[in-house]
Design a protein around this ligand. Structure first.
Ligand code: AMP
Ligand code: MN
Ligand code: MN
Ligand code: MN
Length: 295
């Protein structure tokens, strides 16, 4: 989508990725882009690791914008893979780091498995290739997808998921992610707010989503990503109603992965619907600081 026309940029964007997971920008470039687009409060939420947060803290300081240190934890609930964003975490928390280490170890094993499956299907060298593409420890399916595109095995990364990496495909490894309550408890242990990411992406029926939200609330979940970068028309109002019904705060996050990833840009988000409590008001940030440039 071009941003030549009048695009209002949300001053808050609490979900995005750097090269420390499967984003394509380095942390300083990501922060520069956020600040250049008019974002005043951002969260860096790389998948299952916090390696980028120190660089994000200094880059946001240099650019005069606010950072909520974050992470996006891969987990599961009743066999459904879910993502929970932790906002305002203390990355030094041993409970959180021990938990994330379990997931990263699982990712290491899964990368080897994916590599073996691709080799068996005539595409050798994928694990090493994906690790080179990744450039940091976190290896995800997106890195394999990029390697497959580079190798000419498919035209784009969406096709790589369709052909090889998606559920039921030749290189799909059924994943035993950690249970949802563990993800929530690690984030809470680190002083963070657990937010259910992109709820529209799990294809849950309304009764199932309500069941999930009810349990999430019971286990100390704090928020729901009501506005996300890739959601269907009408989701925002629907999710806003659910946030109010289950006493969850609302979050807004683009889930930006890079300029070439075909999704929403940083801050390309609608505001929270009326009556939904902004999750960032539950953090230690000074009230009103989003409207004061020196704050
Ligand atoms: P992983 O966590 O390693 O299983 O990879 C999932 C990540 O791949 C998501 O966070 C997305 O960034 C990316 N992705 C891109 N396209 C797809 C797709 N069609 N299906 C699943 N994941 C996708
Ligand atoms: Mn991703
Ligand atoms: Mn996600
Ligand atoms: Mn994400």
């Amino acid at each position: 989508m071009s941003h030549s026309a009048k695009v209002t940029v949300s001053p808050v964007d609490l979900h995005m990725h750097s090269r420390y997971s499967d984003g394509s920008l380095d942390v300083p470039d990501l922060v520069l882009r956020a600040s250049g687009r008019g974002v005043r409060l951002m969260a860096l939420t790389d998948h299952d690791n916090t390696a980028g947060l120190a660089a994000a803290a200094s880059a946001t300081r240099e650019n005069g914008i606010h950072l909520l240190p974050g992470v996006e934890v891969s987990c599961q609930w009743n066999g459904v893979g879910l993502h929970v964003v932790g906002l305002g975490i203390d990355a030094g928390c041993p409970v959180l780091q021990a938990g994330l280490e379990k997931i990263m170890a699982f990712r290491d094993w899964r990368a080897m498995e994916i590599g073996q499956r691709l080799a068996g299907a005539g595409m050798p060298g994928a694990e090493e290739g994906a690790r080179t593409v990744a450039g940091s420890r976190m290896v995800g399916r997106m890195h394999f997808a990029r390697w497959l595109v580079q190798g000419g095995f498919c035209g784009d990364t969406a096709r790589a998921f369709e052909l090889f990496l998606g559920s039921g495909r030749v290189a799909y490894v059924p994943s035993d992610w950690i249970p949802l309550p563990e993800a929530v408890s690690w984030i809470r242990a680190a002083g963070g707010l657990p937010v259910l990411a992109h709820p529209g992406r799990y294809r849950l029926s309304s009764p199932r989503l309500r069941e999930l939200l009810s349990e999430f609330r019971e286990m100390e979940g704090a928020g729901l990503e009501v506005c996300s970068g890739s959601q269907a028309a009408g989701d925002r109002e629907y999710l806003g109603r659910l946030a109010r019904e289950f006493s969850l705060a609302g979050s807004v996050g683009s889930d930006f992965h890079g300029p070439d990833c075909g999704h929403a840009d940083i801050g390309q988000l609608l505001p929270l619907p009326e009556g939904v409590e902004p999750v960032w008001e539950r953090t230690g940030l000074a009230p009103g600081c989003l409207s004061v440039s020196s704050c």
